[in-house]
Design a protein around this ligand. Structure first.
Ligand SMILES: NC(=O)c1ccc[n+]([C@@H]2O[C@H](COP(=O)([O-])OP(=O)(O)OC[C@H]3O[C@@H](n4cnc5c(N)ncnc54)[C@H](O)[C@@H]3O)[C@@H](O)[C@H]2O)c1
Ligand SMILES: O=C(O)C(=O)C[C@]1(C(=O)O)C=C[C@@H](O)C=C1
Length: 361
């Protein structure tokens, strides 16, 4: 693959673009919010100029409800030889594309099983997909060239291809992704009105369980709206387990010894089943997660500052792996943490100082 077009330069689109651009593919970036495409380009994910000729592969990375229209529009305009999407649900977008008169031969539904609780290009990383399953849902109609382009994309992102039927995929992710998102949100929701004395005791356990509760509600409403039945089925089974767990806990409060024994065995049962389920969760197959070091820089709260600092880092030949921004309360400034490979810290610090940036230790 020599050229690609990423439509929707948020977390997933920009992460794929960074991986492709880092491996020599010329990547064009577009988003219905041009500022997002500009930010992705400033991060080194490609160019936000339109391609002059059709690209090899269009990667549609927009929210699930917009996938079919975006694919149909790109196909109508003949922007690429092959088209794929990366949405978290697969059955709905395929059916909607058919209803819109899209070409099913040149489209492949895919889903990388990697993501984050943060949205937008600033949360993107080139290594997001490394070692992660990337589901491909070809049908008898799918053109072999499009499937091969998708396999090349997965290989360039260092992910692991998994071929599945679209509806089987949707049932599987109801169990391993969509229900966990809701359960994380439900646990975190208990904290909303909780007493401060309780909240300040939060330790690592609740942090682990609630990380994904920080995800974008709009995106998840879209995902769950496209897969409500399978998710409701799993959640109903969890609700039955919850009922039994509450009964077991109430039995533990009983004065009767036999009741207490049945309570202990009920609780033991759920904890043991949890151990057994947890043992089945596969590890990440690829390289160990990279550990980065951060360079913290004072940044003015005005248009163009982010693009300027990314461009300066790019000029210094430094790849930014991750970014965090902290806005200083009541000030027209904030701190930006640029995460880079440890070896790149001295050259980045020197280059940014030279260009007038104020570095924080
Ligand atoms: N977030 C995750 O963890 C994750 C993981 C795997 C797959 N996905 C899927 O990837 C897709 C993108 O998710 P994300 O997390 O990158 O979201 P995001 O909000 O970070 O990015 C989505 C981008 O699409 C743009 N957009 C919306 N409608 C558009 C349109 N019609 N045309 C062009 N651009 C449009 C938005 O402006 C935004 O920049 C979704 O379909 C999601 O289901 C998400
Ligand atoms: O790890 C995260 O933060 C995710 O959001 C990842 C996750 C998942 O559930 O595994 C979330 C939704 C996507 O469709 C794929 C991946």
């Amino acid at each position: 693959m020599r050229t690609a077009l990423v439509i929707g330069t948020g977390l997933i689109g920009t992460s794929a673009a960074l991986a492709l651009a880092g491996r020599g593919v010329r990547v064009h970036l577009t988003d219905h919010d041009p500022a997002q495409a500009r930010t992705a380009a400033a991060l080194g994910a490609g160019t936000d100029e339109e391609p002059e000729d059709p690209v090899d592969l269009a990667v549609v990375a927009v929210p699930p409800a917009h996938v079919a229209a975006a694919v149909a529009d790109a196909q109508r305009r003949g922007l690429a030889r092959g088209y794929l999407d990366v949405a978290s649900v697969k059955g709905g977008p395929r059916r909607e594309l058919a209803a819109l008169g899209g070409d099913p031969r040149r489209y492949l539904g895919t889903h990388p099983m990697a993501g984050r609780e943060r949205s937008g290009p600033l949360a993107a990383t080139a290594d997001l997909f490394e070692g992660r399953p990337w589901v491909l849902t070809p049908t008898a109609e799918t053109d072999t060239e499009v499937l091969n382009l998708a396999l090349e994309l997965v290989a360039l992102c260092r992910a692991v291809p998994v071929v599945m039927d679209a509806d089987a995929h949707d049932r599987a992710v109801a169990l391993v992704s969509h229900t966990p998102q809701l359960l994380s949100s439900l646990v975190a929701a208990r904290l909303e009105g909780a007493d401060e004395t309780a909240v300040r005791l939060c330790g690592q356990g609740i942090r682990d369980v609630t990380r994904i509760a920080a995800s974008d509600p709009a995106m998840w409403v879209d995902i769950l709206s496209a897969n409500p039945g399978p998710v409701a089925d799993v959640l109903a089974a969890v609700a039955a387990d919850l009922d039994e767990t509450v009964t077991a806990l109430r039995a533990l409060q009983s004065a009767d010894e036999d009741d207490r024994k049945s309570g202990v065995s009920g609780i033991e049962d759920v904890l043991r089943r949890g151990n057994a389920g947890r043992e089945r969760v596969p590890g990440k197959h690829g390289a160990a997660p990279a550990t980065y070091e951060s360079v913290t820089v004072m940044i003015g709260d005005q248009p163009g500052e982010l693009a300027r600092i990314f461009a300066d880092a790019g000029r210094a030949g430094v790849n930014i792996e991750d970014v965090r921004i902290e806005h200083a309360t009541g000030q027209q400034a904030g701190l930006i943490q640029l995460m880079v490979e440890p070896g790149a810290v001295p050259s980045l610090t020197a280059a940014l100082r030279e260009r007038g940036w104020s570095i924080r230790q």
